[in-house]
Ligand binder design. Sequence first.
Ligand code: NAD
Length: 309
Amino acid sequence: MSPLSSEKHAEKHAELASRIIDGKGIARALTDQVGRDVAAFVDDGNVLPGLAVVLVGNDPASEVYVKNKAIQTHRVGMRSFMHMLPQSTSQDELLDLIAQLNVNPKIHGILVQLPLPAQIDPVVVTNAIAPHKDVDGLGEVNAGRLSLGIDGIVPCTPLGCLMLLKSVHEDMTGKHAVVIGASNLVGKPMAQLLLKENCTVTVAHIHTRNTKELAREADILVVATGKSGLVRGDWIKPGATVIDVGITRVPAENGKTRLVGDVAFDEALPIAGHITPVPGGVGPMTIACLLHNTLQAAKATHAIVGASS
Ligand code: NAD
Protein backbone atom coordinates (compact mmCIF):
# COMPACT_ATOMS: atom_id res chain seq x y z
CA MET A 1 0.00 0.00 0.00
CA SER A 2 1.39 3.48 -0.90
CA PRO A 3 1.87 5.96 1.99
CA LEU A 4 -1.02 8.03 0.62
CA SER A 5 -3.44 5.12 0.40
CA SER A 6 -2.45 3.92 3.86
CA GLU A 7 -3.15 7.46 5.13
CA LYS A 8 -6.53 7.43 3.38
CA HIS A 9 -7.20 4.01 4.86
CA ALA A 10 -6.42 5.28 8.37
CA GLU A 11 -8.64 8.33 7.77
CA LYS A 12 -11.54 6.15 6.64
CA HIS A 13 -11.01 3.86 9.62
CA ALA A 14 -11.07 6.83 12.01
CA GLU A 15 -14.18 8.21 10.32
CA LEU A 16 -16.02 4.90 10.71
CA ALA A 17 -14.85 4.55 14.32
CA SER A 18 -16.26 8.02 15.06
CA ARG A 19 -19.73 6.72 14.17
CA ILE A 20 -19.68 4.18 17.01
CA ILE A 21 -21.54 5.38 20.08
CA ASP A 22 -19.38 4.62 23.11
CA GLY A 23 -21.96 3.14 25.48
CA LYS A 24 -19.27 1.93 27.84
CA GLY A 25 -17.76 5.41 28.21
CA ILE A 26 -21.14 7.15 28.54
CA ALA A 27 -22.23 4.57 31.15
CA ARG A 28 -18.99 5.08 33.08
CA ALA A 29 -19.52 8.84 33.12
CA LEU A 30 -23.12 8.38 34.35
CA THR A 31 -22.02 5.90 37.03
CA ASP A 32 -19.29 8.28 38.21
CA GLN A 33 -21.86 11.09 38.37
CA VAL A 34 -24.23 8.89 40.40
CA GLY A 35 -21.33 8.10 42.76
CA ARG A 36 -20.66 11.82 43.30
CA ASP A 37 -24.39 12.51 43.79
CA VAL A 38 -24.71 9.67 46.32
CA ALA A 39 -21.78 11.13 48.30
CA ALA A 40 -23.38 14.61 48.24
CA PHE A 41 -26.78 13.17 49.25
CA VAL A 42 -25.25 11.35 52.23
CA ASP A 43 -23.13 14.41 53.16
CA ASP A 44 -26.39 16.35 53.40
CA GLY A 45 -27.39 14.01 56.23
CA ASN A 46 -29.59 11.65 54.23
CA VAL A 47 -29.77 7.90 54.55
CA LEU A 48 -27.54 5.77 52.30
CA PRO A 49 -29.58 4.74 49.22
CA GLY A 50 -30.17 0.98 49.10
CA LEU A 51 -31.00 -1.37 46.23
CA ALA A 52 -32.48 -4.85 46.74
CA VAL A 53 -32.03 -7.34 43.92
CA VAL A 54 -34.03 -10.56 43.99
CA LEU A 55 -33.05 -13.59 41.96
CA VAL A 56 -35.22 -16.70 41.86
CA GLY A 57 -33.51 -19.86 40.60
CA ASN A 58 -30.00 -20.30 39.25
CA ASP A 59 -30.04 -19.24 35.63
CA PRO A 60 -26.29 -18.63 34.98
CA ALA A 61 -26.84 -15.49 32.83
CA SER A 62 -29.15 -13.97 35.49
CA GLU A 63 -26.61 -14.81 38.21
CA VAL A 64 -23.94 -12.88 36.31
CA TYR A 65 -26.33 -9.91 35.84
CA VAL A 66 -27.30 -9.67 39.52
CA LYS A 67 -23.71 -10.06 40.76
CA ASN A 68 -22.65 -7.31 38.39
CA LYS A 69 -25.49 -5.12 39.68
CA ALA A 70 -24.32 -5.67 43.27
CA ILE A 71 -20.70 -4.78 42.37
CA GLN A 72 -21.78 -1.57 40.61
CA THR A 73 -24.13 -0.65 43.47
CA HIS A 74 -21.21 -0.84 45.93
CA ARG A 75 -19.02 1.08 43.48
CA VAL A 76 -21.27 4.14 43.67
CA GLY A 77 -21.38 3.92 47.46
CA MET A 78 -24.94 2.60 47.80
CA ARG A 79 -26.09 -0.36 49.90
CA SER A 80 -26.77 -3.59 48.06
CA PHE A 81 -29.16 -6.26 49.35
CA MET A 82 -29.09 -9.56 47.46
CA HIS A 83 -31.87 -12.13 47.85
CA MET A 84 -31.12 -15.43 46.11
CA LEU A 85 -34.18 -17.69 46.29
CA PRO A 86 -34.43 -21.33 45.13
CA GLN A 87 -36.05 -22.29 41.80
CA SER A 88 -38.93 -23.91 43.75
CA THR A 89 -39.96 -20.59 45.41
CA SER A 90 -43.74 -20.10 45.27
CA GLN A 91 -45.36 -16.87 44.09
CA ASP A 92 -46.71 -16.26 47.63
CA GLU A 93 -43.22 -16.62 49.12
CA LEU A 94 -41.84 -14.09 46.65
CA LEU A 95 -44.75 -11.71 47.31
CA ASP A 96 -44.06 -11.98 51.08
CA LEU A 97 -40.44 -10.97 50.50
CA ILE A 98 -41.49 -8.02 48.31
CA ALA A 99 -43.96 -6.89 50.99
CA GLN A 100 -41.08 -6.82 53.52
CA LEU A 101 -38.78 -4.94 51.14
CA ASN A 102 -41.57 -2.43 50.40
CA VAL A 103 -41.64 -1.31 54.04
CA ASN A 104 -37.90 -1.56 54.77
CA PRO A 105 -36.64 2.05 55.13
CA LYS A 106 -33.08 1.03 54.17
CA ILE A 107 -34.28 -0.01 50.73
CA HIS A 108 -35.17 2.56 48.08
CA GLY A 109 -35.14 0.36 45.00
CA ILE A 110 -36.33 -3.20 44.39
CA LEU A 111 -35.47 -5.17 41.29
CA VAL A 112 -36.74 -8.67 40.64
CA GLN A 113 -34.54 -10.26 37.98
CA LEU A 114 -36.52 -11.61 35.03
CA PRO A 115 -37.26 -14.20 33.74
CA LEU A 116 -38.98 -15.90 36.69
CA PRO A 117 -39.74 -19.64 37.02
CA ALA A 118 -42.99 -20.79 35.38
CA GLN A 119 -44.96 -21.00 38.68
CA ILE A 120 -44.57 -17.22 39.20
CA ASP A 121 -46.49 -14.59 37.20
CA PRO A 122 -44.06 -11.73 36.43
CA VAL A 123 -46.92 -9.23 36.04
CA VAL A 124 -48.26 -9.96 39.55
CA VAL A 125 -44.76 -9.71 41.02
CA THR A 126 -43.83 -6.51 39.19
CA ASN A 127 -47.06 -4.86 40.31
CA ALA A 128 -46.46 -5.90 43.92
CA ILE A 129 -43.38 -3.66 44.13
CA ALA A 130 -44.28 -0.29 45.67
CA PRO A 131 -44.31 2.19 42.74
CA HIS A 132 -41.81 4.52 44.45
CA LYS A 133 -39.34 1.59 44.79
CA ASP A 134 -40.01 0.15 41.32
CA VAL A 135 -36.59 1.15 39.95
CA ASP A 136 -37.07 -1.00 36.85
CA GLY A 137 -40.16 1.12 36.08
CA LEU A 138 -42.11 -1.90 34.85
CA GLY A 139 -45.13 -1.80 37.18
CA GLU A 140 -48.48 -0.48 35.97
CA VAL A 141 -48.17 2.81 37.87
CA ASN A 142 -44.83 3.80 36.33
CA ALA A 143 -45.77 2.37 32.91
CA GLY A 144 -49.01 4.39 33.09
CA ARG A 145 -47.14 7.55 34.05
CA LEU A 146 -44.79 7.09 31.11
CA SER A 147 -47.67 6.62 28.68
CA LEU A 148 -49.35 9.77 30.04
CA GLY A 149 -46.07 11.66 29.66
CA ILE A 150 -45.84 12.50 33.38
CA ASP A 151 -42.85 12.03 35.68
CA GLY A 152 -42.26 8.55 37.02
CA ILE A 153 -39.53 5.92 37.08
CA VAL A 154 -38.51 5.06 33.51
CA PRO A 155 -37.41 1.48 32.64
CA CYS A 156 -33.61 1.27 32.68
CA THR A 157 -32.87 -0.10 29.20
CA PRO A 158 -35.02 2.37 27.22
CA LEU A 159 -33.79 5.19 29.47
CA GLY A 160 -30.22 4.17 28.62
CA CYS A 161 -31.09 4.10 24.90
CA LEU A 162 -32.54 7.61 25.18
CA MET A 163 -29.36 8.87 26.84
CA LEU A 164 -27.28 7.34 24.04
CA LEU A 165 -29.53 9.02 21.47
CA LYS A 166 -29.16 12.34 23.28
CA SER A 167 -25.38 11.98 23.08
CA VAL A 168 -25.69 12.45 19.30
CA HIS A 169 -28.98 14.38 18.89
CA GLU A 170 -29.51 17.65 20.70
CA ASP A 171 -33.12 17.69 19.50
CA MET A 172 -35.12 14.80 18.06
CA THR A 173 -38.19 16.85 17.18
CA GLY A 174 -39.87 15.70 13.96
CA LYS A 175 -37.53 12.77 13.38
CA HIS A 176 -39.04 9.49 12.27
CA ALA A 177 -38.16 6.91 14.91
CA VAL A 178 -38.81 3.25 14.18
CA VAL A 179 -38.71 0.79 17.08
CA ILE A 180 -38.49 -2.89 16.11
CA GLY A 181 -39.75 -4.94 19.04
CA ALA A 182 -42.78 -4.16 21.19
CA SER A 183 -42.09 -5.77 24.57
CA ASN A 184 -43.19 -4.17 27.85
CA LEU A 185 -39.52 -4.23 28.89
CA VAL A 186 -37.99 -2.37 25.94
CA GLY A 187 -40.01 -1.67 22.78
CA LYS A 188 -43.17 -0.11 24.26
CA PRO A 189 -41.48 2.19 26.81
CA MET A 190 -38.90 3.15 24.16
CA ALA A 191 -41.69 4.22 21.82
CA GLN A 192 -43.26 6.32 24.62
CA LEU A 193 -39.94 8.03 25.35
CA LEU A 194 -39.39 8.86 21.68
CA LEU A 195 -42.93 10.24 21.45
CA LYS A 196 -42.10 12.47 24.42
CA GLU A 197 -39.07 13.71 22.44
CA ASN A 198 -41.49 14.82 19.68
CA CYS A 199 -40.50 12.06 17.26
CA THR A 200 -42.95 10.49 14.84
CA VAL A 201 -42.89 6.91 16.11
CA THR A 202 -43.54 3.64 14.31
CA VAL A 203 -43.46 0.36 16.23
CA ALA A 204 -42.82 -2.90 14.36
CA HIS A 205 -43.13 -6.39 15.82
CA ILE A 206 -43.24 -10.01 14.80
CA HIS A 207 -46.54 -9.57 12.91
CA THR A 208 -45.49 -6.44 11.02
CA ARG A 209 -45.47 -7.18 7.29
CA ASN A 210 -43.07 -4.54 5.95
CA THR A 211 -40.51 -4.14 8.75
CA LYS A 212 -37.58 -3.70 6.35
CA GLU A 213 -39.35 -0.90 4.43
CA LEU A 214 -40.32 0.83 7.66
CA ALA A 215 -36.76 0.55 8.96
CA ARG A 216 -35.45 2.18 5.80
CA GLU A 217 -37.53 5.27 6.56
CA ALA A 218 -36.09 5.67 10.04
CA ASP A 219 -33.93 8.62 11.07
CA ILE A 220 -33.67 6.81 14.42
CA LEU A 221 -33.82 3.02 14.48
CA VAL A 222 -34.04 1.13 17.77
CA VAL A 223 -33.93 -2.65 17.49
CA ALA A 224 -34.95 -4.92 20.40
CA THR A 225 -36.04 -8.32 19.14
CA GLY A 226 -33.45 -10.87 20.31
CA LYS A 227 -33.11 -12.05 16.67
CA SER A 228 -29.39 -11.77 15.98
CA GLY A 229 -28.47 -10.14 12.69
CA LEU A 230 -32.12 -9.39 11.80
CA VAL A 231 -31.35 -5.87 10.59
CA ARG A 232 -29.06 -5.94 7.55
CA GLY A 233 -27.14 -3.04 6.01
CA ASP A 234 -29.82 -2.46 3.37
CA TRP A 235 -32.45 -1.95 6.10
CA ILE A 236 -30.77 1.28 7.16
CA LYS A 237 -31.35 4.77 5.82
CA PRO A 238 -28.00 6.45 5.10
CA GLY A 239 -27.01 8.61 8.06
CA ALA A 240 -29.57 7.09 10.47
CA THR A 241 -28.82 6.59 14.15
CA VAL A 242 -29.06 2.91 15.07
CA ILE A 243 -29.47 1.66 18.63
CA ASP A 244 -29.04 -2.10 18.95
CA VAL A 245 -30.57 -3.46 22.16
CA GLY A 246 -30.41 -7.14 21.26
CA ILE A 247 -28.06 -9.51 23.05
CA THR A 248 -27.59 -13.05 21.80
CA ARG A 249 -24.77 -15.42 22.73
CA VAL A 250 -23.45 -17.27 19.68
CA PRO A 251 -20.58 -19.74 19.16
CA ALA A 252 -17.27 -18.01 18.38
CA GLU A 253 -14.44 -19.23 16.11
CA ASN A 254 -12.18 -19.99 19.11
CA GLY A 255 -14.65 -22.55 20.45
CA LYS A 256 -15.95 -20.07 23.04
CA THR A 257 -19.02 -17.85 22.71
CA ARG A 258 -19.48 -14.16 21.97
CA LEU A 259 -22.30 -11.64 22.23
CA VAL A 260 -23.97 -10.22 19.13
CA GLY A 261 -26.81 -7.78 18.59
CA ASP A 262 -29.89 -7.70 16.38
CA VAL A 263 -28.08 -5.57 13.78
CA ALA A 264 -25.45 -6.89 11.33
CA PHE A 265 -22.92 -4.40 12.67
CA ASP A 266 -20.26 -4.62 9.94
CA GLU A 267 -22.86 -4.03 7.23
CA ALA A 268 -24.59 -1.24 9.14
CA LEU A 269 -21.52 0.77 10.20
CA PRO A 270 -20.66 2.22 6.76
CA ILE A 271 -24.29 3.29 6.22
CA ALA A 272 -25.41 4.54 9.63
CA GLY A 273 -24.56 8.01 10.89
CA HIS A 274 -24.17 6.64 14.42
CA ILE A 275 -24.51 3.13 15.79
CA THR A 276 -24.15 1.30 19.10
CA PRO A 277 -21.92 -1.78 19.25
CA VAL A 278 -22.74 -5.07 21.00
CA PRO A 279 -21.21 -5.51 23.50
CA GLY A 280 -20.32 -2.04 24.80
CA GLY A 281 -23.45 -0.16 23.69
CA VAL A 282 -26.80 -0.40 25.44
CA GLY A 283 -25.80 -3.11 27.95
CA PRO A 284 -23.59 -0.96 30.22
CA MET A 285 -26.21 1.82 30.16
CA THR A 286 -28.86 -0.46 31.66
CA ILE A 287 -26.96 -0.93 34.94
CA ALA A 288 -25.89 2.72 35.06
CA CYS A 289 -29.56 3.75 34.69
CA LEU A 290 -30.57 1.31 37.44
CA LEU A 291 -28.17 3.10 39.82
CA HIS A 292 -29.45 6.47 38.59
CA ASN A 293 -33.08 5.38 39.19
CA THR A 294 -32.24 4.08 42.68
CA LEU A 295 -30.70 7.40 43.68
CA GLN A 296 -33.73 9.26 42.23
CA ALA A 297 -36.02 6.94 44.25
CA ALA A 298 -34.05 7.66 47.44
CA LYS A 299 -34.23 11.41 46.76
CA ALA A 300 -37.99 11.20 46.14
CA THR A 301 -38.53 9.26 49.39
CA HIS A 302 -36.44 11.80 51.25
CA ALA A 303 -38.52 14.65 49.76
CA ILE A 304 -41.77 12.94 50.90
CA VAL A 305 -40.44 12.11 54.38
CA GLY A 306 -38.90 15.58 54.65
CA ALA A 307 -42.16 17.24 53.62
CA SER A 308 -44.27 15.28 56.14
CA SER A 309 -41.91 15.63 59.12
P1 NAD B 1 -39.07 -10.03 23.94
O1 NAD B 1 -38.85 -11.41 23.43
O2 NAD B 1 -39.92 -9.82 25.14
O3 NAD B 1 -39.69 -9.15 22.76
C1 NAD B 1 -39.19 -9.22 21.46
C2 NAD B 1 -40.01 -8.31 20.57
O4 NAD B 1 -39.45 -8.38 19.26
C3 NAD B 1 -41.48 -8.72 20.44
O5 NAD B 1 -42.29 -7.56 20.47
C4 NAD B 1 -41.56 -9.38 19.07
O6 NAD B 1 -42.83 -9.18 18.44
C5 NAD B 1 -40.46 -8.65 18.31
N1 NAD B 1 -39.87 -9.46 17.24
C6 NAD B 1 -39.34 -10.70 17.34
N2 NAD B 1 -38.91 -11.13 16.13
C7 NAD B 1 -39.16 -10.13 15.27
C8 NAD B 1 -38.95 -9.97 13.88
N3 NAD B 1 -38.40 -10.94 13.15
N4 NAD B 1 -39.33 -8.81 13.31
C9 NAD B 1 -39.90 -7.82 14.03
N5 NAD B 1 -40.12 -7.93 15.36
C10 NAD B 1 -39.75 -9.06 15.96
O7 NAD B 1 -37.61 -9.44 24.14
P2 NAD B 1 -37.11 -8.15 25.00
O8 NAD B 1 -37.16 -8.46 26.45
O9 NAD B 1 -37.75 -6.91 24.51
O10 NAD B 1 -35.57 -8.15 24.58
C11 NAD B 1 -35.19 -7.99 23.22
C12 NAD B 1 -33.69 -8.16 23.10
O11 NAD B 1 -33.04 -7.15 23.88
C13 NAD B 1 -33.14 -9.48 23.66
O12 NAD B 1 -32.03 -9.87 22.88
C14 NAD B 1 -32.69 -9.12 25.05
O13 NAD B 1 -31.64 -9.98 25.51
C15 NAD B 1 -32.17 -7.73 24.81
N6 NAD B 1 -32.15 -6.91 26.01
C16 NAD B 1 -31.02 -6.24 26.25
C17 NAD B 1 -30.94 -5.42 27.35
C18 NAD B 1 -29.68 -4.67 27.58
O14 NAD B 1 -29.42 -4.24 28.69
N7 NAD B 1 -28.86 -4.47 26.57
C19 NAD B 1 -32.02 -5.26 28.22
C20 NAD B 1 -33.20 -5.94 27.92
C21 NAD B 1 -33.26 -6.75 26.80
